[in-house]
Write a protein that binds this ligand. Structure first.
Ligand code: ADP
Ligand code: MG
Length: 339
C-alpha cells in the first residue's frame, strides 16, 4: 500500500476528522451538490455515513438505506438479542445441527478462515468464556471459572455443513460471537449499497471500523487515530482513499481493577484480556478484513502480529505498545531520510 504516515506518540482508535474534510473541497461542482454527514447509534456503537451527492433527497435516502442495512445485520447477528439467528445457534447447536441463512453461514465460515491464518488468535468461540465478563458492571471471571469454561474455546468445535447450511458445536458449553468481524461486515455492506446506487465518494463508519470510496476532490480522506489514554487527542493522522481502516483498542469496553485492565478483546488461549498492545490499526481493501485482522493482531501481540501483516500483500498495520511506542508494518515504515 502507498499510504504514508508520520511518526507520532501514543496512538489509538479511529476518529474521522470532519473538520478537515471541508478544506479538501475545491474545483468545479454542481450548484446543489454537497457533502452529507449523518450519525446514529446501531450495534451498540456510533455509526456514521458521509457522502457527496448532487441530489439532497437521494443522498438522505441512501444514508437511511445504509443505516437500515446495519440494523438488519445487527438483528441477525447480535448475541444480545435472544431472537437473533446467532442466538438460536448458541442455544441449540450443541444438541443438533442448526440451519442458518446463507449470509450468517458465510460470515461464520470466513471467521473460521481467520482463526486458521491467525493460529487461533481470532476465534469466535472466545465467547464461551467471554460471556462471563460484564464490563459495565465491572465483572470478570475468576481463575476457576475460566478454567472450567476454557476447553469450550476452540474454533475447531464449530462444524459447518455447506450442503445443508447447518452449524453444529462438537461439545456443550460452546458459544460464538461475531463482535470481532460483524461491524466491518456491516460497513462493507453499506459501501456496496452506496456503490450500487452510483455514489463514488463516500465514507461508512461503525465504531472502530471504516471504509472509504473515492477521494475528497483531489485530496485524500484523513483518518485520525486517537491517543489510548485521551479520547480528545489525535495521535496520528492517516490519509486514505478507496480503503478500509479498523482500530481495536483496550479503551473501548473495559474497567481497571488492582492496576490491571480488563477489556473486551480476549486471548482464546487464556480466557483473559490480551495485554501485549494498547491499540492496533489495520488498513486494507475491505472492512470485514481489517476488522478481523485488527482483533487478531491485538491478540497476537507485536511480534507475531507484525509477522502476519507483513506476510499479507494487501494490508498494513500501526501498533501502539504499552510503553507508548508506535510500530509499523513494512508498507508504512517512513523512508529512512524521514526518521
Ligand atoms: P470493537 O470495534 O467492538 O472495539 P474489535 O474489532 O476491537 O471491536 O473487536 C472486539 C470484539 O471482538 C469484542 O467486543 C468481542 O465481541 C470480539 N472478540 C474478543 N476477543 C476475540 C477473539 N480473540 N477473537 C474473535 N473475536 C473476539
Ligand atoms: Mg476487529
Amino acid at each position: 500500500m502507498s499510504a504514508w504516515t508520520k511518526l507520532a506518540h501514543g496512538v489509538t482508535r479511529l476518529l474521522l476528522l470532519s473538520g478537515l474534510f471541508s478544506m479538501a473541497l475545491g474545483a468545479a461542482r454542481p450548484a446543489a451538490a454537497e457533502w452529507l454527514l449523518r450519525e446514529t447509534a446501531i450495534m451498540g456503537t456510533r455509526c456514521a455515513v458521509e457522502l457527496w451527492t448532487e441530489d439532497h433527497a437521494r443522498g438522505e435516502a441512501a444514508i437511511e438505506q445504509v443505516f437500515a442495512e446495519m440494523r438488519r445485520i445487527d438483528a441477525l447477528m447480535s448475541h444480545y438479542k435472544p431472537d437473533s439467528e446467532l442466538s438460536r445457534v448458541n442455544a441449540r447447536a450443541a444438541e443438533e445441527p442448526v440451519k442458518v441463512s446463507r449470509e450468517l453461514f458465510d460470515l461464520i465460515a470466513l471467521a473460521l478462515d481467520y482463526s486458521r491464518i491467525t493460529n487461533g488468535a481470532f476465534d469466535i468461540t472466545y465467547a464461551s468464556v467471554g460471556y462471563l465478563y460484564d464490563f459495565r458492571k465491572r465483572i470478570h471471571p475468576g481463575r476457576e471459572q475460566i478454567g472450567a469454561a476454557l476447553p469450550a474455546i476452540d474454533y475447531r468445535h464449530v462444524k459447518l455443513d455447506p450442503k445443508t447450511l447447518t452449524i453444529r458445536f462438537e461439545r456443550p458449553g460452546v458459544r460464538i460471537d461475531l463482535g470481532g468481524i460483524a461491524k466491518g461486515y456491516a460497513v462493507d455492506r453499506g459501501i456496496e449499497l452506496l456503490q450500487a446506487a452510483g455514489f463514488t465518494r463516500a465514507m461508512v463508519n461503525a465504531g472502530g471500523d471504516t471504509r472509504i470510496i473515492g477521494d475528497r476532490f483531489g485530496k485524500p480522506w484523513i483518518a485520525g487515530i486517537r491517543h489510548p489514554d485521551d479520547e480528545g487527542k489525535i495521535a496520528l493522522r492517516i490519509p486514505i482513499e478507496d480503503a478500509a481502516l479498523s482500530t481495536s483498542g483496550d479503551y473501548e469496553r473495559f474497567f481497571d481493577e488492582g492496576g490491571v485492565r480488563y477489556h473486551h478483546i480476549l486471548d482464546p488461549k487464556t480466557g483473559d484480556s490480551a495485554r501485549q498492545l494498547r491499540s492496533v490499526t489495520i488498513i486494507g481493501p475491505n472492512a470485514t478484513r481489517t476488522d478481523a485482522l485488527s482483533t487478531s493482531v491485538f491478540v497476537l501481540g507485536p511480534e507475531a502480529g507484525l509477522a502476519l501483516i507483513n506476510s499479507l500483500d494487501d494490508v498494513d498495520a500501526v501498533l501502539v505498545t504499552p510503553q507508548g511506542k508506535v510500530l509499523y508494518s513494512k508498507g508504512l515504515e517512513p523512508p529512512a531520510s524521514a526518521q
